[in-house]
Design a protein around this ligand. Structure first.
Ligand code: DGY
Length: 317
């Protein structure tokens, strides 16, 4: 007997296994990445799906949207939407729900962990002790964080959460956005270059996409300078990764803490050899609490769209 549950196409497995289970319980789910021949599956069955679930990291390419002639709604796990093909989705007339708000604190915590680690050398210290070493002289000295200047590129929800943490470390905070944030207590810098020149620590929380691609380039890195640290928890595309590798290798900046990369899952090979870079596999939102809250919003967006034609939270293209 045919199921009466709505059919949902999952683009791939979710970062939280329980969400796969929740979706399978509520809907008639098929996972595209698990099909033996995804292209053929789409050609044969694409017309049967009105609803699709994906993640900000996996995105959604035009070739998939184009193969789903009846697609009405996409529920995306994540706050970024640069990897979802906007033009294809608008052409199709499909609406998109996403999960902002619930991950701000965890992403800001990760920015802070990367900032502290790159300045104070915690990962390097851990490797040092595990190698059986102890000498403080051989380990060397690191850089103070408290009381320094914190620059934030992208003063949105996550940038504001990073700024709040800076206050606890007695840091002066400045930021750059396309325009000043009304009511912000922080110093506004007219350009990213000026912000980098001003900052000891430059934290990137700006959205990815064509508008911000490679804005952190050679010039910005030189403005940050040999005492400066770069932290990126936004999108790898915002930073010219080859320029960053060169700046780290030559000591034109002091260090970097990176959760995101230009070509995930393949960070620039030379980054892997650098002692002054701390690397994480795009896991800033990856805590039990936040992933569960994101999963709940993915489910809520889907359920509300099916029931009312409007998701709880919709992407503001
Ligand atoms: C997000 O939610 O956009 C995270 O960066 C995961 O991709």
């Amino acid at each position: 007997m045919a199921s009466s549950r709505p059919r949902v196409l999952q683009y791939g497995k979710m970062p939280l296994p329980q969400l796969d289970a929740d979706l399978a319980q509520a809907y008639e789910v098929q996972i595209l990445s698990e099909q033996a021949d995804p292209g053929r599956f789409l050609a044969e069955q694409g017309a049967q799906f009105e609803y699709l679930v994906t993640t900000a990291a996996m995105g959604l390419p035009a070739r998939v949207v184009d193969a789903l002639p009846n697609l009405k709604f996409v529920s995306s796990f994540g706050v970024g939407f640069d990897a979802l093909d906007k033009d294809a989705l608008l052409r199709r007339g499909a609406r998109v729900g996403y999960t902002p708000g619930v991950l701000d604190d965890c992403v800001a915590d990760m920015a802070w962990a990367l900032l502290l680690d790159s300045a104070r050398g915690l990962s390097a210290a851990d490797r040092f002790v595990r190698r059986g070493e102890w000498s403080q002289r051989r380990f060397g000295i690191t850089t103070r964080v408290s009381g320094k200047r914190l620059g934030i590129f992208g003063m949105g929800r996550i940038g504001s959460a990073v700024a709040r943490r800076g206050a606890g470390f007695d840091m002066e905070v400045a930021y750059h956005n396309r325009r000043p944030v009304e009511g912000s207590p922080h110093l506004y810098q007219e350009s990213l270059l000026e912000l980098a020149r001003w900052s000891d620590f430059l934290v990137i929380t700006a959205a990815g996409g064509e508008n911000t691609r490679h804005l952190v380039n050679d010039e910005v890195l030189d403005a940050l300078g040999p005492q400066g640290f770069l932290v990126n928890v936004a999108r790898g595309s915002v930073v010219d990764e080859a320029a960053l590798v060169e700046a780290l290798q030559s000591g034109r900046i002091a260090g970097a803490g990176l959760d995101v990369f230009e070509d995930e899952p393949r960070p620039h090979a030379d980054l892997l050899a650098l002692e002054n870079a701390v690397l994480a596999p795009h896991v800033a939102s990856g805590t039990h609490e936040t992933r569960r809250a994101m999963a709940d919003l993915v489910l809520e967006n889907l359920q509300q769209f099916i029931a009312t034609g409007r998701p709880a939270v919709e992407v503001p293209w």
